[in-house]
Write a protein that binds this ligand. Structure first.
Ligand SMILES: Nc1ncnc2c1ncn2[C@@H]1O[C@H](COP(=O)(O)OP(=O)(O)OP(=O)(O)O)[C@@H](O)[C@H]1O
Ligand SMILES: [Mg+2]
Length: 271
C-alpha cells in the first residue's frame, strides 16, 4: 500500500499510503514508546479541535513502527518559504498567530510536564560543565510554571498549508508555559550553523535574514498574546541548554554553547 516518499524529518520518513492518507514510518532508533506517545497525543489534540491531520491507525511495517495520518495536500511552510521567499514574512506572522492559538488550549493529559522535560535534558546535555548545569537548573526553577498546550518543536517544517494551516509532529508536546515554547522557536530561527564554504557576504546575509525572521515572528506573537520580551527572554537559557541533547551538528551545538555561556555570565550573581 505504501507509495513514494513525500517527506522526511529527523525521526521518520513519510510515504504516500492509501487514498487520502500518509504513513509516517519511524527510524529504527526511535523507541516504540515515543511512537505510541505521538499517536496518543495526536489523537487528543485532534479531538480538541486543533487543525492537525487525523491520526487513523498505529501500524507496523515489518520491523518498523508507523502511524497512518490524514494526508494534507500542501507544502510545509519551510518548503513554501524556500520556493517563494517573498512570502517569508507573511508566513512567519501566520506561524506566530497559529502558535498563539495553540497556547489558548490547556495541556493534554498524555503530554509530559515542560519543566521536568527541560530539567531532564539539561542534566543529559553534552558540552556543559556540571557547575554550569546547576546554575541553569536553579534559574529554570525560578521561572513561572504553566498549564497550556505547548508543541515543543514548533518550526516551519512542522506546519503544513493547503487552504489553511495544519500543525504536525506532536511527539515532543508538553504542558507548560507558552513563553518557553516561543523561546524554543526563537532559538531555532536565531541560531543555526552557517554553510561551511559560504563567503563572508553570504554569512552576513544569512545572519541578517535570521534576525529579520526572528524579529517578525516575535513581534507578531507578542502582539497576539500581550506578553513582553521580558517574559520570553529568561527561557532562552534553559531551552538552549536542553536543545543540546538533540542530534544537531557540532558547529550548531558550539553556537548554542557560546550563547548559553554569554547568558550565564549575564545572570545576577546569586544565581
Ligand atoms: N499528514 C501529512 N500530510 C502530508 N505531508 C506530511 C504529513 N505529515 C508529514 N508530512 C511531510 O513529511 C515531513 C516530515 O514529517 P514530520 O515532521 O512528521 O517528521 P519528523 O521526523 O517527526 O520531523 P522532525 O524533524 O520535525 O522531528 C513534513 O515536513 C511534511 O513535509
Ligand atoms: Mg517534523
Amino acid at each position: 500500500m505504501q507509495g513514494k516518499v513525500i517527506g522526511e524529518g529527523r525521526t521518520a520518513e513519510v510515504l504516500e499510503y492509501a487514498e487520502g492518507t500518509i504513513l509516517k514510518l519511524y527510524k529504527d532508533e526511535v523507541p516504540e514508546s515515543h511512537v505510541d506517545l505521538e499517536y496518543r497525543i495526536s489523537r487528543l489534540v485532534h479531538a480538541q479541535g486543533v487543525n492537525t491531520p487525523q491520526p487513523h491507525e498505529r501500524v507496523m511495517e515489518g520491523e518498523r513502527h508507523g502511524i497512518v495520518y490524514q494526508q494534507i495536500p500542501g507544502p510545509s511552510l519551510l518548503k513554501l518559504m524556500d520556493g517563494k521567499p517573498w512570502l517569508i514574512l507573511s508566513c512567519l506572522r501566520q506561524m506566530a498567530a497559529l502558535h498563539y492559538s495553540l497556547h489558548q488550549l490547556e495541556g493534554v493529559g498524555e503530554a509530559g510536564e515542560q519543566k521536568q522535560r527541560l530539567e531532564h535534558n539539561i542534566i543529559a546535555a553534552p558540552m556543559l560543565e556540571t557547575g554550569e548545569k546547576s546554575q541553569i537548573l536553579s534559574h529554570l526553577a525560578r521561572l513561572p510554571d504553566g498549564k497550556k498546550l505547548c508543541h515543543g518543536d514548533f518550526h516551519p517544517d512542522n506546519i503544513l498549508m493547503d487552504d489553511k494551516l495544519w500543525v504536525i509532529d506532536w511527539m515532543t508536546a508538553v504542558t507548560g508555559n507558552p513563553a518557553a515554547d516561543v523561546a524554543r522557536s526563537v532559538i531555532m530561527f536565531r541560531i543555526g550553523a552557517m554553510p561551511e564554504r559560504a563567503s563572508l557576504f553570504t554569512k552576513a546575509f544569512i545572519g541578517f535574514a535570521r534576525q529579520r525572521m526572528t524579529a517578525q515572528y516575535i513581534r507578531k506573537y507578542l502582539k497576539c498574546s500581550g506578553l513582553t520580551r521580558a517574559d520570553i527572554e529568561p527561557w532562552i537559557l534553559p531551552v538552549a541548554a536542553a536543545r543540546l541533547v538533540e542530534g544537531l551538528s557540532i558547529p550548531e551545538k558550539e553556537l548554542l554553547v557560546r550563547e548559553i555561556r554569554k547568558r550565564l555570565r549575564a545572570l545576577p550573581r546569586e544565581q
